[in-house]
Design a protein around this ligand. Sequence first.
Ligand code: SAH
Ligand code: SF4
Length: 348
Amino acid sequence: MPDAHDLLNSDEAGLRQLVESLGQPAYRARQIWRQLYQRGEVDPLAMSDLPSEFRQQLARASLTPEPPLEIQTSDDGSTSKALIPLDDGEMIETVLIRSAPRDTVCLSSQAGCAMGCVFCATGLQGLRRQLTTGEIMRQAILARGWAREEGRELTHVVFMGMGEPLANYASVSEAIARLTDAEAFGMSPRRITVSTVGVPAGIRRLAADHPRVNLAVSLHAPDVKLRRELVPVPGASLDDILSAVREHNRITGGRVTFEYVLLQGVNDSRAQARRLADRIKGLRTHVNLIPLNPSPGVVGERPSRRATLRFQQILQECGIPATVRVEQGRDIAAACGQLRGDRVRPTA
Ligand code: SAH
Ligand code: SF4
């Protein structure tokens, strides 16, 4: 028997080949595409505009993606997190953040991550493997389905879950293409954000391929030495990252966000705020400060609210727009840096 077909990992040409091999006209491929990405229907038996014998044929020929193993919702109802098993037993997590009028899905791009940021739960496990485009789209379909069940629509997508998206460029780029395809998710690229630890070649490719997609770059330190301590496997120097950001500014005409996770007594001093401002001056940018979210096994402490606001104020006084990220879902370990892809329960 031939291998089962993975519908979410096919492009339209692949779907055309499949439907033709099953003796159906080519236009059925487009119908399946719309079912998958407009309706979010991943079960061929439920693809209502296909003839019923063909639905059964298609179901026999294709894989059905695994449902989530577990779904948790925060006490305030704002955040839900799914633990999703992949077909080889790896686990990933996906988060839906409800913040009216926005509904944002936070997507994982890799199982684990190679970068080893000392404060990040995902970094603890190292890179397990890359996700396929289908595995990324499955997460988006799932989260949009929850929003729709609640009478809303998914409005934003952020690649801020597990993994480093620009270290899995091909799958992430193809997922962005499906998210923005009018025949698929039909989202504006302006509502999509890719967050990267800083992969200069990836930043340049993203600027060329998806110039309207937002870019966020995780900086965390104003100098090389401290950055190396916090991001042990950066693969690129601070200078290289900043020059890629400059080029991104130039190619896209847009603004880049710098993310800066604040760790008490490590990178949150007044002097460091000034040095950071100095370092990024002249770029079209905005700094998003993220007070550390603690997680079992990771390094660092959350700074006080006062220290956070002081850091923000210094940046602003130096002419750098700065905001503090509003966190949701800490009680279910769904906030930034808390995704680990296993069933470790939050301690609090
Ligand atoms: N790998 C990418 C995207 C995933 S992480 C990146 O690093 O940018 C998304 C954001 O969460 C990054 O800015 C990351 O630095 C931040 N983050 C990681 N661990 C965190 C933690 N424990 N507390 C707060 N933010 C964290
Ligand atoms: Fe990887 Fe981002 Fe976590 Fe660093 S913060 S380990 S790059 S997922």
